[in-house]
Design a protein around this ligand. Structure first.
Ligand code: ASP
Length: 337
């Protein structure tokens, strides 16, 4: 019988109605009690390092979850993490870096409705997550939600209420889970040994470009963070219609030893800065790095992970372009501005 560990962290799946609205309240054992069929299939233990609405999840909490996995790694065949859906994509990306090359499965799941409600998706999602975690071919970090298995670096929450809350962005789902069976689309070699990392630098911010955004808004962030992710338009570029002030501001970040990465606010197909003049100038004059098909969530988390260990801007660029767990899918040689 497979030995699996439930790591409960809160979220809607574990929520109860309080005086001021829904908040996590149910413990790990209570979650398990709602899915009694797990007991006959697996040997399941549970721990509860956190009890958060995932809106309150912070980079140090990702490290705490990774530490919990490390502490119990040898004793279990796989891990299921119950988590709020709002920031699950960030946590999945973070764990993909903090627990790299895991030969054991690390599965995040949650729900759009609390496990105590009648029409909940929680019981199915939890059951599916355990099924996938127990499958002989599973390894690494994934989200299991609404029957879909999504690679940890490729997930995005795309619906606020429906059961199919997550999508796998620019990458196929790894598998489906139906009626307790895994239908696997992608099979990969199992890595030998995990590498654990223990730090994240939370000093990364995101700016979403809007037409006419004043350069001063970007400048205001410069003193607060070590890296900026700019969500640009379309395949990507920086406006120069303000006399080049924003471009100059972005260049200033580079000169101050900070990193600026450009991604796109379009959900699919990533950036291609070399296509338009506004993109090329971002590379050559702005000195930005390009996220290509990396999701904005993953780009943010990857920078936090790199910056915790590396301060040299060129070294950060190099590491950013080293693919990890399918975070970067590009056939091009990344351009260095
Ligand atoms: N606000 C909740 C959370 O992310 C939403 C959910 O779990 O679905 O914790």
């Amino acid at each position: 019988m497979k030995k699996l560990l439930l790591i409960a962290t809160g979220g809607t799946i574990a929520s109860e109605t309080g005086e001021e609205g829904l908040k996590p309240g149910l413990g790990a054992q209570a979650l398990l009690a709602h899915v009694p069929r797990l007991e006959s299939l697996y040997s399941v233990d549970a721990v509860q390092p956190l009890s958060l609405d995932s809106t309150n999840m912070r980079p140090e909490n990702w490290v705490c979850i990774a530490e919990c996995i490390r502490e119990h790694y040898d004793a279990y065949d796989g891990f299921v993490i119950s988590h709020g859906t709002d920031t699950m994509a960030y946590t999945a990306a973070a764990l993909s870096y903090l627990v790299m090359h895991s030969p054991k499965p690390i599965i995040l799941t949650g729900a759009q409705r609390s496990i105590v409600t009648e029409d909940t998706d929680a019981r199915t999602n939890l059951y599916d997550a355990f099924c996938y975690a127990s499958d002989a071919a599973s390894h690494g970090v994934s989200i299991v939600f609404d029957g879909h298995v999504i690679t940890g670096t490729r997930a995005r929450k795309v619906r606020t209420k429906s059961r199919n809350a997550f999508e796998s962005v620019d990458y196929p789902p790894v598998a489906l889970v139906r009626d307790g069976r895994v239908l696997r689309y992608i099979r990969e070699d199992r890595p030998n040994e995990p590498t654990f990392y223990h730090e994240m630098d939370p000093r990364v911010a995101v700016v979403k470009l809007t037409p006419g955004l004043p350069w001063q808004a970007v400048n205001a962030l410069r003193g607060c963070v070590d890296a900026l992710v700019v969500e640009s338009f379309g395949v990507g570029g920086l406006p120069s219609s303000d006399g080049g002030a924003l471009l100059k501001e972005i260049r200033g970040w580079r000169e101050a030893g900070k990193v600026v990465a450009l991604t796109t606010q379009v959900p699919y197909e990533g950036s291609d800065l070399a296509l338009y003049e506004v993109g090329r100038r971002a590379l050559t004059e702005g000195g930005v790095i390009e996220a290509y098909t990396m999701t904005p969530e993953t780009a943010v988390v990857k920078l936090m992970w790199i910056l915790a260990r590396e301060r040299n801007v060129e070294a950060v660029r190099r590491r950013f372009y080293e693919p990890v767990a399918h975070d970067l899918l590009t056939l091009k040689t990344p351009e260095i501005g």
